[in-house]
Design a protein around this ligand. Structure first.
Ligand SMILES: [Zn+2]
Length: 264
C-alpha cells in the first residue's frame, strides 16, 4: 500500500514538473522574442505582432493553443511561428531529463535554471547571431552564487569562470592579432564564462570538446543536405549551448570514462 502511494506521489510530482516545463518554455518564448528587441520580458502581456490582439489566457496554453489555432492568430490570421510549441516541448523534455539524471535535488533545480538560459541563448543566437549580456552576465552571477549550495563548490566555479572566459578570449585575441579580424564575439566569451560558473573547470573543457563535435556533425549534415558548402554556417553560440547542455547532463560520466580509460 505504501509503495503504491509512493508511486502515485512520484507520478503526480512528475506531471507537475512536466507542466512547469511547458509553462517555463512559454516564458522562454517571450524572452527569445523580446530580449533581442530590447523590450521588457514582463510587460505588457503577450500580443499578436500582426494586429496587436492581446492574448487571453486560453490563447496562451502551451502547445495546445498553437495546435487549436493551427499556428495562426485568432483575429488577423497572421501565422505564429512553430518555434513556440517546439521551445515549450523541448523545455518540458529538458525538465524531465534533468529529473532523470539528478533526481529531486537542489542540483536539479540549479541545472534547470542553467538549461533555461542555454535554451534562450541557443534560440536567440540562431535567429539574431546574438548572445545578450542580459542573459550571460546574470547567468555568471547565479552560477557563482549557486556553487555555494551544490556539489563542486565555489572554487571550482571560480576556476571554471576564469577558464571559460579566458580560453575563448585568448583564442579571439590571437585570431585578431593574426588576421586583424574579429573572430570570436564577446558574447561567446561571456557565455562560456557562464558555463564555467555553473559547471566548473573540467566541464568547461568537456563543453568545448562536445560543442566542436556537434559543430562538425551538424556542419557535415548541412554540407550533405545543402551541397552548398558552409554558407549557412550556424553561429558558435548554438554549438556552445548544445555542448554545455550535454556536459551538464552527462559530462561527469564522460570525465570518469576518460580518466578510467587513460588511467591518469
Ligand atoms: Zn493578429
Amino acid at each position: 500500500m505504501i509503495a503504491v502511494d509512493a508511486v502515485a506521489v512520484e507520478t503526480i510530482a512528475l506531471i507537475g514538473l512536466a507542466w512547469l516545463g511547458l509553462a517555463v518554455g512559454s516564458f522562454l518564448n517571450v524572452v527569445i522574442y523580446r530580449l533581442p528587441l530590447q523590450k521588457s520580458v514582463v510587460r505588457p502581456g503577450s500580443r499578436c505582432p500582426g494586429c496587436g490582439y492581446e492574448l487571453r489566457w486560453f490563447d496562451n496554453i502551451p502547445v495546445l493553443s498553437w495546435l487549436l489555432l493551427r499556428g495562426r492568430c485568432r483575429t488577423c490570421g497572421a501565422s505564429i511561428s512553430i518555434r513556440y510549441p517546439i521551445v515549450e516541448i523541448l523545455t518540458m523534455v529538458m525538465f524531465l531529463l534533468h529529473w532523470w539524471v539528478f533526481g529531486w535535488t537542489v542540483l536539479m533545480a540549479v541545472r534547470l535554471v542553467f538549461a533555461c538560459a542555454l535554451i534562450a541563448l541557443f534560440a536567440i543566437d540562431l535567429e539574431h547571431h546574438l548572445l545578450p549580456d542580459r542573459i550571460t552576465l546574470p547567468g555568471i552571477v547565479v552560477g557563482l552564487v549557486s556553487s555555494l549550495i551544490v556539489p563542486g563548490g565555489p572554487l571550482d566555479a571560480i576556476l571554471g569562470t576564469i577558464l571559460g572566459g579566458g580560453v575563448l578570449w585568448a583564442i579571439g585575441e590571437a585570431y585578431y592579432r593574426y588576421s586583424g579580424q574579429e573572430g570570436m564575439g564577446g558574447g561567446d566569451v561571456k557565455m562560456l564564462a557562464m558555463v564555467g560558473a555553473f559547471l566548473g573547470w573540467k566541464l568547461v573543457l568537456v563543453t568545448l570538446v562536445l560543442s566542436s563535435v556537434a559543430g562538425s556533425v551538424i556542419g557535415l549534415l548541412v554540407i550533405a543536405i545543402k551541397r552548398g558548402g558552409m554558407k549557412y554556417a550556424l553561429p558558435y553560440g548554438t554549438f556552445l549551448a548544445l555542448g554545455a547542455l550535454a556536459a551538464s547532463l552527462v559530462g561527469n560520466r564522460v570525465v570518469a570514462w576518460y580518466l578510467g580509460l587513460y588511467d591518469f
